[in-house]
Every structure is written in C-alpha cells, then in structure tokens.
Design a binder for this molecule. Sequence first.
Ligand SMILES: CC(=O)[C@@H](O)[C@H](O)COP(=O)(O)O
Ligand SMILES: NCC(=O)COP(=O)(O)O
Length: 237
Amino acid sequence: MTKLSVNINKIATLRNARGGDIPNVVEAALNIEKFGAEGITVHPRPDERHIRYSDCHDLKPVLTTEFNIEGKPIQKFIDLVLEVKPAQVTLVPDAEDAITSNAGWDTIKHREYLQDVIAEFKSNGVRTSIFVDPVKEMIEGAAKTGTDRIELYTESFAVDYAEGRPDSAKAYAQCAQLAHELGLGVNAGHDLSLKNLRYFKENVPHLAEVSIGHALISEALYLGLEKTIEHYLKLLK
Ligand SMILES: CC(=O)[C@@H](O)[C@H](O)COP(=O)(O)O
Ligand SMILES: NCC(=O)COP(=O)(O)O
C-alpha cells in the first residue's frame, strides 16, 4: 500500500503572509491526519520562507503519523533533525536560493558525503531517504550510500503527463524496480496531483510513500482539505 504524506509547506506560506499564526500549522497538520493522511512532510528551507525550524519542534510531539523532514543537509539542518528525530529525513540537494526543489542528488559524485550524513542519521534511529532523478546510475549510486530509501523526483513526469506524454513514467517504473531489487524503499514526490497520480501509481511499482503538497493544498482551495485528502487516498488504494 502506498502511504500519503502531506507536505504542509504551503500552510506555513499562508501563515507567514500576515506575520501571525493563522492558519496554525500544528492545527492544520492534526486535521490532515484526522482526514486520513498517513504522514506529514515539511521542508524547512534555510531562509525559512515557509516552514520554520521551530515548526518542526512544535509538530514532532503531537503528530501521530509519520513525520518526514526534507532538506539540504547543511549543519543547521542536520542539528535540527538530530534534535527532532522524525521518522524519516529526506535529503535534497537544493541550492539555498532555489524557488523549489529542482534536481536530484548526483549519488556518484557525492557518495562519500552522503554515506557520512546518512550513517549519522541512521545511527540516531532516523530512516533516511534521498531525492533522486529517475536515472538508473543514480539509483545504483544511491544503493552505495547506505540510504534506506530513495525519493523519485517526479517533476519531469508531471510536466510530460500534462503535455500528453505519460510515457516518461516508464523510466520511473524501471528505476523503482531497480531500487526494489537493490533493497531500497521507494518514495516519490514533487508536482504530483489529483490529475496525474492515478497514472503514476498504476505504472510505477513498489511505491511506499508519496509526499504531496503544492497541488494538494491548491486543490483544497476548491474541494476542501478533507475531501481532497479523501480523493488522494482513493487514488492510492
Ligand atoms: C523535495 C520536494 O520536492 C519538496 O520538498 C518540494 O521542494 C517542496 O518545497 P517547496 O514547498 O518549498 O516548493
Ligand atoms: N517531496 C515532495 C514533497 O514533499 C511535496 O512536493 P510538492 O507536492 O509540493 O511539489
């Protein structure tokens, strides 16, 4: 079964817009869990444009589903994850000024660096996942880092699907199968939506978890958060 982890970055974007605490990020996360989500994902970026480091400390003690913290493993981020100890950390190679995540790790070039960081998280009981493009050599490189899982970076699938070219899902399916054979768990995320998720789920095997935020929160503006999450859960069954 593929778990739905809702990324609540954009709840924090709205909260920060007025400098206050509405919508409250913790309240939103607890409602999202009540509506059936099987995880909460946050991505505290170095500039804290949306999720703040303090949000991670506030969320951890009250969440009852899996907490996944995503980010580039700069020292401040590593320290945060070791303090909070979420169920999972997802390492993303983002530039500090990136408008959003826009690439997976070069797991060959950065193997030793990733090995060290992953070993530190695993020795502290945090499951690790690394953000990768659907390229077989990167999957093979990921297996050599010691990571528990990979997260397939799905933006290129989402773009292709929207342009009537769903065939790019084949590369994801091949990479998911290879990862599974190499003993890696398979997560996926970025730009997944109600429009493209069914096709992705039906054509890509071994999906343990999808993390979805931007589209889900946007769709909830029209459908409501509970109904939107209900739709996603049905697509993943
Ligand atoms: C790694 C990933 O795909 C998500 O964390 C995505 O980057 C969301 O980040 P933003 O909400 O800042 O766009
Ligand atoms: N890891 C992907 C994620 O958490 C959410 O990405 P998006 O749905 O906001 O593009």
